[in-house]
Design a binder for this molecule. Structure first.
Ligand code: MGD
Ligand code: MGD
Ligand code: SF4
Ligand code: MO
Length: 744
């Protein structure tokens, strides 16, 4: 490698980079950017003895398993699950075992790509890429105003990178609108918790899976989507009763004590009906309700009309099954309630989640081991995104609209308060509508794949087509969204960079650099640093020199908040403790390895009381009719597929573990009626689009319903763009479709 002169200490990084190029040192390569003592933009892999291991958290799901990576000369050669970590206790699912394999793929983005005059993406160097980014977005902002550029980010990057992105985009570039794929996933839980508890605070620890004697899973296919959490359930020594509420007989439901195959989106009726029974029988914890909650009496009155008659009619469940569910809750001494996407992805998700929270509150099942109203998160760092991405709230769970909060954060970052927006960003769906209305003309997409995962793809693709300038920052150049981009920025992946994730139980874990990023790919952190310098605002980020330096800044932002982590010294301390759950404040550090929230019955509202929230349920947003006579459910298809499959499709081992072709689960009775045989190719059609899929006949889906995994590009051609009014989360889980066989 050529020796690069140390850039002058005065002048910006951007100037130095330009100087370099002018000195005809050849194209700017990743090596040049990483040159030690050069730009300080990167670090070499973890220092290690010739053979060694290092522990790091997995980069797929929110379980946050720890993996022991085996190194040779600082580079990963293999991995195995960490036996000493309190989360996974030596276990990992197939995705975790295969996490390193997917890093080496011909689909990796190895160089920036820019669309040329004939519309083809062609390689450019980082100087051209960064200059194009700045010139194009600036031009759009000058013509249409600063808010005409927006970003869409993720729950899958380290907290420090998310914070850098959010801070650079909003305080540096002057954007107002930026949201994340967590809107597709966790927004409902965030709003439900904020309204009920006063802060977005999942109260549990995974030990609860082993401490409960009664486990209620609502709209959660734990067995498949969170296999290691399910393993924790299997280790429960109390022979727990397991109740699963899911329209489908999922892998999880098959292992339950009671499966309630509820009509899609009728959960609210069921939960209100159960609350009514508990009240009527006096199976409630009046002392807890009186001491720690508000609005119970109004709730008790509200649920009166949810008689067994009404609830059986609305849910399709038998009266004695509903009564048995209520009795199970009453008999349990430590009842934990868990929910995931079957609840959140709904046009009435927030109130459904709160109907679950209400059950936990009224029976006093919160704040003790084995209890809780527990939302299970999806992506590895959705929880980091919820608190530190600077999208829906200001760094550290603060409020953009609150002057004191803005002042606090401005002080910590050493930036003028005036650069902090005083209003909230548009939500994801509002950003998409903004593009449609011509209000947003430039979009920067980081670590998410909206041209596959967003709802109603025919409309979504049309919307993305309207952009003047689309930048996609991804580890692969081949994603559905990257293929539409004007500029692709190649990113290093999990295993190729450092930082922290926060898992579902609020545990912060560390990731490390154990693999070289291919070609010129840079960590997202270094991409943000580079772009900030080209934008001319590197002074604002002069202290943001490394992920760990940013962690120290974020610690300060968290001070005094429910998510206070000021007591954590550094990454090493997190590693040594087997991860650390928030809160962990310097004032009252609590060294227990497993901690639940609300042990003292104090919630985060000013009066320290939790709130009962409820609302009249609404009918299905798109009910099946004569023409579109089936209800389509979508979700996870196997433990070996991850979302839009950009990563998991690159592992030969994982590919063997899931069906190659898109498939649709059809009940055998429906199949017989329509003349569909196993493995027939059929067309599934909604009012918005259609797809071909192989028929998989299974009684796991109820008659009148079909199920298609979300992992296929075509699935979201069918879905209907409706949203929860409070969380703006898309209702992916139920729309009307018809099945068309080859013979018509
Ligand atoms: N293997 C694998 N694991 C993953 C992921 C992955 O892509 N692959 N993704 C991760 C992410 S980001 C997330 S968010 C989680 C999601 O984890 P889950 O939410 O557990 O998975 P889903 O399959 O999306 O949905 C769960 C269940 O909701 C049910 N459902 C649909 N409609 C209703 C309804 O109206 N009421 C009720 N009660 N249930 C309903 C579906 O039948 C489905 O079985 O998984 C995480 N884990
Ligand atoms: N029909 C239907 N649709 C759904 C759902 C459903 O249940 N049904 N579920 C929804 C849910 S819960 C979710 S969370 C979303 C997920 O939707 P997406 O976020 O769109 O899905 P992913 O495939 O995880 O996309 C992540 C992208 O980031 C890239 N990437 C990975 N690591 C890095 C990195 O370190 N840096 C950068 N820059 N890029 C990286 C990957 O290659 C991939 O392109 O899908 C939603 N869509
Ligand atoms: S369960 Fe989740 S965190 Fe654990 S190994 Fe599998 S994908 Fe990784
Ligand atoms: Mo998700």
């Amino acid at each position: 490698m050529t020796t690069i002169p140390t850039p002058p200490s005065t002048g910006s990084i951007a100037d130095s980079v330009r100087n370099l190029v002018h000195q005809k040192q050849g194209p700017l390569t990743r090596e040049l950017l990483l040159e030690p003592g050069g730009f300080g933009l990167g670090r070499v892999p973890v220092r290690s003895r010739p053979t060694d291991t290092t522990d790091m958290v997995c980069g797929y799901c929110s379980t946050g398993c720890s993996l022991k990576v085996h190194l040779k000369d600082g580079e990963a050669v293999n991995l195995s699950p960490n036996p000493d970590y309190p989360v996974n206790l030596g276990m990992a699912c197939p995705k975790g075992w295969e996490a390193l394999t997917v890093l080496d793929s011909p689909d990796r983005a190895t160089t920036p790509l820019r669309k040329n005059a004939s519309g083809r993406l062609e390689p450019v160097d980082w100087d051209v890429a960064a200059s194009t980014f700045v010139d194009r977005f600036r031009a759009i902002q000058q013509q249409h105003g600063p808010d005409s550029v927006a970003f869409l980010s993720t729950g899958q990057m380290p907290t420090e990178e998310m914070a850098f992105l959010g801070a650079f985009a909003k305080f540096g570039m002057g954007l107002l609108h930026g949201d994340g794929n967590t809107r597709q996933c966790m927004a409902t839980s965030v709003v439900a918790y904020k309204q009920a508890f006063g802060f977005d605070a999942p109260p549990y620890t995974y030990q609860d899976f082993e401490d409960s004697d009664t486990i209620v899973l609502i709209g959660s296919n734990l067995c498949l989507a969170h296999p290691i959490m399910w393993e924790r359930v299997m280790r429960n020594p109390n022979d727990p009763r397991i109740v699963v509420v899911d329209p489908r007989m999922t892998e999880t439901a098959m292992n339950a004590t009671q499966h309630l195959a509820i009509a899609p989106k009728s959960d609210q009726s069921l939960l209100y009906g159960v609350a009514r029974i508990l009240i009527e029988k006096g199976w409630i914890d009046r002392d807890f309700i009186d001491a720690h909650t508000n609005d119970f009496d109004a709730f008790a009155e509200f649920v009166q009309p949810f008689t067994l008659d009404r609830v059986t009619q609305e849910t399709g469940l038998a009266a004695d099954a509903i009564e048995e569910f209520a009795r199970t809750i009453h008999k349990g001494r430590r009842v934990s309630f868990w929910w995931t996407m079957g609840v959140n992805q709904s046009y009435q998700g927030v109130r459904t989640a709160q109907a679950i929270i209400n059950l936990a509150l009224m029976t006093g099942n919160i704040g003790c081991p084995g209890t809780g109203a527990n939302s299970i998160t999806g992506q590895c760092n959705a929880m980091g995104s919820r608190l530190f991405s600077n999208t829906t709230n200001l760094l550290g769970g603060h409020d953009f609209a609150n002057a004191e909060h803005r002042q606090k954060i401005a002080g910590i970052l050493g930036i003028p308060e005036t650069v902090i927006p005083t209003e909230n960003s548009w939500a994801y769906n509002e950003i998409m509508e903004g593009i449609l209305r011509g209000r947003i003309c430039g979009l920067w997409v980081i670590c998410t794949n909206p041209a596959h995962s967003w709802i109603n793809q025919n409309l979504a693709r049309d919307i993305l087509d309207r952009l003047d300038f689309l930048v996609v920052q991804d580890m692969y150049h081949s994603t559905e969204t990257a293929r539409e981009a004007d500029l692709v920025l190649p990113a290093a992946a999990w295993g190729e960079k450092e930082g922290t994730f926060i898992n579902s139980e609020r545990r912060i874990g560390v990731l490390k650099k154990v693999h070289r990023a291919p070609g010129q790919a840079l960590s997202d952190f270094n991409i943000f640093r580079l772009l900030a310098s080209y934008w001319g605002c590197e002074n604002m980020f002069r202290n943001w020199t490394s992920p760990e330096a940013v962690f120290q800044i974020l610690k300060q932002c968290s001070a005094g908040q429910p998510c206070d982590i000021t007591g954590i010294h550094d990454y090493r301390m997190i590693d040594e403790r087997g991860g650390i759950q928030w809160p962990y404040s310097s004032q009252v550090p609590d060294d227990r390895q497993q901690r639940v929230l609300f042990e003292d019955g104090k919630f985060y509202h000013p009066d320290q009381r939790a709130k009962f929230l409820f609302e009249e349920p609404r009918p299905l947003s798109e009910a099946p009719g004569r023409e579109f006579d089936f209800i389509l459910l979508t979700g996870r298809g196997s433990a070996s597929q991850w979302h839009t499959q950009t990563r998991t499709k690159n592992s030969a081992v994982l590919r063997k573990l899931y069906p190659e072709h898109p498939f649709v689960e059809v009940n055998p009775a429906d199949a017989r009626r329509l003349g569909i045989r196993p493995n027939d190719w059929i067309t599934v059609r909604s009012q918005r689009g259609q797809m071909r899929a192989m028929a998989f006949l299974t009684p796991a889906v109820s008659p009148g319903q079909v199920f298609i995994p979300m992992h296929y590009e075509e699935t979201n051609r069918l879905t209907d763009a409706v949203f929860d009014p409070y969380s703006k989360q898309p209702s992916y889980k139920a729309c009307a479709v018809q099945l068309v066989t080859a013979t018509g």
